[in-house]
Design a binder for this molecule. Sequence first.
Ligand SMILES: [Zn+2]
Length: 57
Amino acid sequence: MAKKLFPEAMARLYARMFVCKVCKSKIRADPAKVRLGKVKCRKCKSKALRLKRKPAV
Ligand SMILES: [Zn+2]
């Protein structure tokens, strides 16, 4: 695993990235749309999403 953190890679992987609470699949979406319930998991159609957490380094 690469220990070095690339800001652009971190932004790509974690900015606006959500995780389905039901099936744990990742969805990139606008946080405002997620809050309004407009974003659904494309796998299980759930609207229970949470922000993806950055791993502690
Ligand atoms: Zn899901």
